[in-house]
Design a protein around this ligand. Structure first.
Ligand code: GCU
Length: 419
């Protein structure tokens, strides 16, 4: 997606080919002071799990709603229809279902969920994540319905309708066969079904379907694309709860990059998610905002004004005044397991800042009786940490790779497998 971001910049007429001015020098990060997740806004310390749960967690959640991702409306009841079902997909390895889910009534855009389950198994744990290009991109399986939603045209093309050439184009990022072989199901939805990822995408998104009578626009607190995508993940979980082949108490929500920001926000809000994975989520995801390294709040809000709420833009040049930083997003997931994956060549996402956020969330995990993030030092390349807050940095670029999935599976085996 990095290419896309650069292209997007040029298209947005910013006149910036890359990200001039972005800091990649650790010596120039500057000093910053993180808000204390274990101190109430009144100044009183949070000394026990009950105070965290009843007072501090709701406080932080509200701060995120008001100033970062926006307020999510009360959920509407889903309607759904299983549109296809086969028992012998992927050469007999899996059952495959496709489900249409209406998340805000029949007049609003519907999401198409694709679900693979290891053949012959029921009540399986599932990895659920949104995808970037349509369900047909996650595997070359010719039985997957090609998305009919708007897609970003491939380079040198104006075609906003996906075609058969996109089948399996993101297969390496999903590793479907490997995940199934380890006894997990795979569930996915195309993010563009929920909010087309364009600055003008809101009109075709689910958001207007939540407007009150007479309302024509969002307020500064309201949700935006990331909020809507996270909402979609929760509604996909509503469906999984109704599917007897799935153990909805063991659903891991995962996402890469902007969708890693989304999986964190979904996991923070919706405590039904048993485990949360962020892959290269960077700014507005797992990386600390106050660290001036790689992408900044100002930059993300300028290039992607449709991702966060409008209040967030007020902090473009006042990051130190934000009432939260991203360690608090991770803390909202506590005590559930969370895994943060970074890539060495993805400096834009600030791998070190992602680790430090996990580390700064550790006291909350410990207060709640878990081992938090094991180890004081930022681990070296390919030295995954599998404590309740998990972390790795691997060699290579901004991507989801086989190595990443090996770690996600190990982490899930350890923290989600046991009943
Ligand atoms: C851009 C953006 C990142 C985002 C990434 C992606 O690079 O600046 O914040 O994570 O796109 O979603 O691929």
């Amino acid at each position: 997606m990095r290419y896309f971001a650069i292209g997007f910049l040029a298209a947005a007429g910013c006149g910036l080919a890359q990200a001039p001015g972005a800091n990649y020098d650790e010596a120039k990060v500057g000093t910053y002071h993180l808000p204390d997740p274990l101190k109430l806004q009144s100044g009183a310390p949070v000394k026990d799990a009950a105070t965290w749960k009843v007072k501090r967690r709701p406080e932080i959640l509200k701060l995120y709603e008001d100033t970062v991702y926006g307020r999510t409306p009360a959920p509407k009841k889903i309607e759904y229809e299983v549109t296809s079902q086969v028992k012998n997909a992927l050469g007999g390895q899996a059952a495959r279902k496709e489900v249409t889910i209406w998340v805000a009534g029949r007049k609003a855009p519907a999401m198409q969920l694709l679900l693979y389950l290891p053949a012959g198994k029921t009540r399986v744990p599932v990895f659920l994540g949104l995808n970037f290009g349509g369900n047909q991109t996650i595997n070359a399986d010719p039985g997957i319905t090609i998305t009919k939603s708007w897609v970003r045209p491939p380079r040198h093309s104006n075609n906003t309708k996906a075609d058969a050439s996109s089948r399996g184009s993101a297969a390496s990022r999903w590793q479907v066969e490997t995940v199934l072989a380890h006894g997990y199901g795979v569930a996915t939805v195309y993010y563009g079904d929920i909010f087309p990822d364009r600055t003008d995408g809101i009109g075709d998104s689910i958001i207007p379907h939540f407007y009150k009578p007479g309302q024509t626009a969002r307020s500064a607190e309201d949700w935006n694309a990331i909020g809507a995508w996270a909402y979609g993940l929760s509604r996909a979980l509503d469906y999984l709860e109704k599917d007897p082949d799935v153990d909805a108490k063991r659903v891991a929500v995962h996402g890469h990059s902007r969708l890693g920001k989304t999986s964190l926000w979904a996991g923070a809000q919706d405590e039904r998610f048993a485990l949360v994975i962020s892959n290269d989520s960077g700014e507005g995801g797992a990386a600390l905002s106050r660290r001036n390294f790689g992408e900044t709040v100002e930059r993300i809000n300028t290039v992607f004004p449709h991702w966060f709420n409008d209040n967030y833009k007020k902090y473009n040049t006042r990051v130190n005044e934000l009432p939260v930083d991203q360690h608090m997003l991770i803390a909202l997931i506590a005590p559930r397991p969370v895994y943060i994956a970074s890539a060495q060549e993805d400096q834009w996402a600030d791998p070190r800042g992602e680790f430090l956020a996990g580390q700064a969330a550790d006291p909350v995990y410990r207060l709640l009786g878990t081992d938090g993030l094991d180890g004081k030092q930022w681990p070296g390349i390919h030295q995954p940490v599998m404590s309740r807050i998990g972390y790795h940095i691997r060699a290579g670029k901004h991507d989801v790779t086989e190595y990443d999935w090996e770690q996600f599976i190990k982490f899930a085996d350890k923290h989600m497998r046991a009943k």
